[in-house]
Ligand binder design. Sequence first.
Ligand SMILES: Cc1cc2nc3c(=O)[nH]c(=O)nc-3n(C[C@H](O)[C@H](O)[C@H](O)COP(=O)(O)O)c2cc1C
Length: 222
Amino acid sequence: MAQKDLHELLRSLRVWDARATQLRPFDPDTAPPTPLTLFTSWFAEAVAAGQPEPHTMSLATVDEEGRPDVRIVMLHGADADGWSFATHATSRKGRALTARPYAALAFYWPALGRQVRVRGPVVPAPAEESQADLHARSTGALAAALTGRQSEELSSVAELREASQAAWERARDHPDEPSPTWTLYRLRPETVEFFQGDPERRHVRLEYRSTEFGWSRGLLWP
Ligand SMILES: Cc1cc2nc3c(=O)[nH]c(=O)nc-3n(C[C@H](O)[C@H](O)[C@H](O)COP(=O)(O)O)c2cc1C
């Protein structure tokens, strides 16, 4: 596609088309005292609104030289221990998290014009918990974890096919097989921001901040 076509196409696109998006009023004064409560209800509303894959999120990390990176991962849970996700400790993001155990998450739910951002330190769960989390998931998830070598250079598609086929067989035959590098991480929230889009662009941004006395709240200019 030529540059001009791309720019024309970009200019023709809009966000929050009324056919696909329902913008709901959000009164921050009535928001619950903790971000987890609001996240849980916004998540359920995203599911009810038909938002595809609301449990996928961007995970941003910083490597030991301070260079940022970002990718999509699945949300495994959100509770008093934090927002959790899983990956290989030996992957790029795993190495970045070892060097700098701090990350940011972003959820985007266009069906409701909503965004949620979560930032804070990240801690790995104990190995038994990581493996239990993996074994509670699908055969495909286990096969993918057993394939391993995430973020390493791959020499050919054929090499991946072979390794993956073997991993699928092991996953089917031994559903409790461990994947030693697979790690459940928990992001302990320091700030959680809720963004509600508004048709007049008066978007509401409500940020919860963790303090020694509990959660404080403040609004941000959009
Ligand atoms: C929808 C979707 C869900 C994904 N979920 C995960 C996940 O939960 N864990 C994971 O390690 N990679 C997941 N990935 C792959 C990552 O985006 C990424 O390609 C991979 O983890 C390697 O990232 P890294 O090289 O930065 O470590 C997912 C990708 C997509 C598109």
